[in-house]
Design a protein around this ligand. Structure first.
Ligand SMILES: O=C[C@H](O)[C@H](O)[C@H](O)COP(=O)(O)O
Length: 284
């Protein structure tokens, strides 16, 4: 596989995702982070002449991409409480067959989760390397954003949860040291055994509660999030925006629905042969 095959795959997936989900009459659109989102913004720029759309970035790089495309950014915390984003687009590091995602490979995950949960529809765009049936198949670790002072404690707790060798992520620069996120926090990358899906647990393939060091996606996400010092976990799981909205409209508000959905309603994978494979919530 060449770099140009991967880049063409990302571009093809972005073009199709935007043509099938971007509505030029939208008012608020979330824009994720990473290398794939650049192609999404290019495709949106092509498709839209509406100057009234406000684009909500998920961090510094994301805001730069919006501004460089000549689009208008608006800070997440300047949105009034009742405003939902019409849609959010983002990349992913790995996606399983139930559309659970690992994100944070580029150190953005906290703002990405805020934006995904605020969107009526969250759509992911990725290349073929990210397309797996279970999480932690090809992508090796769960990225976790933590308060700097908590690093030793969180590393210790992650080992207790079954992660063999969690590591503080460092910069690749000559001046070495921990990598800082947009919140000035640190990232820990924690490996675990390949994660079970909810259907694996319901069909008796394992308990997924970590008792034998094997975890189901949602259970692991919750267990890590509960550790003091953890700001956010790079697992996007649970409900998608459509499911969360349906429950909210029936007044079935609980801890899973009050914050909105984290999972995408659709993932577009650019393939090696130039085609695009689409995985949707209905099919999962
Ligand atoms: O931290 C970065 C984000 O979660 C990205 O969306 C993710 O890492 C995918 O990035 P890329 O599109 O560069 O593969």
């Amino acid at each position: 596989m060449t770099d140009s095959t991967i880049e063409s795959a990302k571009r093809a997936a972005a073009i199709q995702a935007v043509s099938e989900h971007f509505d030029p009459s939208a008012t608020h659109v979330g824009i994720g982070s990473g290398t794939t989102i650049v192609y999404v913004v290019e495709a949106i720029k092509e498709a839209s002449t509406n100057p009234h759309i406000r684009f909500v970035p998920t961090g510094y790089q994301s805001r730069q991409v919006i501004v460089q495309a000549g689009l208008t950014p608006i800070a997440f915390d300047s949105l009034s409480e009742d405003v939902m984003l019409d849609i959010a687009f983002d990349g992913a590091d790995e996606v399983d067959e139930e559309l659970n995602c690992i994100k944070g490979g580029g150190a953005c995950l906290f703002q990405e989760k805020l934006v995904a949960e605020r969107a009526r529809k969250f759509v992911c765009v990725a290349d073929y390397r990210k397309n797996q049936s279970r999480l932690l198949t090809n992508w090796p670790t769960i990225p976790i954003e933590v308060a700097p002072i908590s690093v030793p404690t969180v590393l210790h707790s992650l080992r207790a949860l079954g992660s063999p060798n969690p590591k503080l992520r460092t910069t690749l620069l000559a001046k070495s040291g921990p990598l800082k996120t947009d919140q000035d926090f640190f990232i820990i990358d924690a490996p675990f055994s390949t994660l079970l899906t909810t259907s694996d647990v319901s069909s008796g393939k394992g308990k997924g509660d970590g008792s034998d060091k094997t975890w189901e996606v949602n259970k692991l996400s919750r267990a890590i999030k509960e550790l003091t010092g953890v700001l956010e976990v790079g697992i996007f799981s649970g409900l998608n925006g459509t499911q969360a909205e349906a429950l909210r409209s029936q007044d079935k508000v609980n801890m899973n629905t009050i914050t909105g959905g984290q999972k995408p309603v659709a993932v577009y994978f650019g393939m090696q042969d130039g085609s695009v494979q689409v995985r949707t919530a209905e099919a999962s």
